[in-house]
Design a protein around this ligand. Structure first.
Ligand code: NAP
Ligand code: F7E
Length: 353
């Protein structure tokens, strides 16, 4: 019996939260995974270090290539070189607050960058004669001011340069699907978090600070709007939905969400009670973390993904919060050990977090 050829995936945005979980999932399914990484002056592969092996070894399941969504020629070259069966575009300047300060850059990477990758994909599909499949990482931010619950029929009403750029990327994908008959699926994913979440997104900022406050490494946690409401799921569940979209017989657009709806304050209360910290004594408001236009409430209706793909989340909100607090308590413990040994540790929370 002949073995099925190994599937190849190309992931743009592999060093991010979702990129690392998706890589684990694809390798567990026997894929050869290729990732696009940006050249940086310090290592940016922390989230992949546990998966990565020496490229000099024979048949390594993960290979990394320098590239950037700003560089069309390189994206095209990588596609021709790797000949992937599946392409996942997770690359983005993904911070909503930062997108107000760096609107043009955000549009260049999130909107035009998606177009660059899609055009490389179209030409690769045509020239290779293969039928590759493409996933575009869309966001619930595209719904913005549209009232919850939001599903595939809800009008987009973006409220930030990031969200406007994601809407453009979404429609570039739809247009290429219709114009050229390509397999391009858009995920419309609601917020998803994990212990690997970037530290300037609110959930991780909270759990990271609670660990440090509990162990006396930090006194205050500065936050913005505590009344915003989000539908928070776990990233490991959400990358499975991405993969399922590309295994389905037809391409389409899919909302991925838990259906829950909690305020930032509720997340904070739950995390703080689990961590054993009195949050009212240490949390202060800081105007710099408010957005010029806010997205007040997101709650996804993912009945299409559940019905058509058979997807459903496996990790509850409670489990998500606990796993993040546990992880960050452990990190704070490691920092405390360093401090006691006389090392200086950097304060957390960025200028725009
Ligand atoms: P993330 O942690 O911020 O990761 C973003 C990834 O994009 C990183 O690998 C980053 O590389 C890469 N990137 C940034 N600029 C790039 C460029 N110019 N060229 C190529 N790659 C670039 O985001 P995430 O949470 O994993 O989210 C993955 C995708 O889903 C993003 O497109 C995000 O906008 C979207 N999304 C996220 C959520 C969510 O709740 N997490 C929800 C809906 C949609 P560096 O490591 O070098 O910075
Ligand atoms: O903010 C409020 C803030 O930055 C959530 C990205 O992955 O999910 C993410 O975007 C809420 C907002 O995520 C702070 O105003 C209060 O209402 O964690 P966040 P986000 O903006 O929802 C979507 C789906 C994406 O696609 C994005 O890529 O929390 N908030 N105080 C704060 N937010 C931050 N960051 N920091 C604060 O101090």
């Amino acid at each position: 019996m002949t073995e099925a050829p190994t599937k190849k995936a190309l992931i743009c945005g592999i060093t991010g939260q979702d990129g690392s979980y998706l890589t684990e999932l694809l390798i567990s399914k026997g894929y050869e995974v290729h990732g696009v990484i940006r050249r940086t002056s310090t290592f940016n592969t922390d989230r992949l270090d546990h998966i990565y092996s020496d490229p000099h070894e024979k048949r390594v399941p993960l290979q990394l290539h320098f590239g950037d969504l700003a560089n069309a020629a390189r994206l095209r070259h990588l596609m021709e070189l790797i000949q992937p069966d599946e392409i996942y575009n997770l690359g983005a300047q993904s911070h909503v607050r930062v997108s107000f300060d760096q609107a043009e850059y955000t549009a260049d990477i999130v909107a035009t960058g998606a177009l660059r990758l899609l055009e490389a994909f179209r030409d690769y599909a045509r020239e290779s004669g293969k039928q590759p499949r493409y996933y575009q990482a869309g966001s619930s931010e595209m719904f913005g001011a549209s009232a919850p619950p939001q599903n595939e029929a809800t009008p987009f009403y973006p409220r930030s340069p990031y969200a406007v750029s994601k809407v453009a990327a979404h429609w570039y994908g739809v247009n290429q699907r219709e114009a050229y008959g390509l397999f391009i699926s858009n995920g419309i994913l609601f917020n998803h978090e994990s212990p690997r979440r970037g530290e300037t997104f609110v959930t991780r900022k909270i759990t990271r600070a609670l660990g440090r406050i509990k162990l006396g490494l930090q006194e205050k946690l500065y936050l913005g709007n505590l009344d915003a409401r989000r539908d928070w799921g776990h990233a490991a569940d959400y990358v499975r939905a991405m993969w399922m979209m590309l295994q389905h017989s037809e391409a389409g657009d899919f909302v991925v969400a838990t259906g829950g709806n909690y305020s930032v304050r509720e997340f904070l209360e739950l995390a703080a009670s689990y961590a054993g910290v009195d949050w009212e004594k240490c949390v202060e408001k800081d105007a710099r973390y408010f957005r010029p236009t806010e997205v007040d409430s997101l709650q996804g209706d993912s009945s299409k993904a559940r019905r058509v793909l058979g997807w459903e989340p496996e990790i509850s909100f409670d489990e998500l919060v606990r796993s993040m607090v546990d992880h960050d308590m452990e990190l704070a413990q490691q920092e405390l050990t360093l401090v006691r040994a006389g090392h200086k540790v950097a304060p957390r929370g960025g200028a725009h977090g």
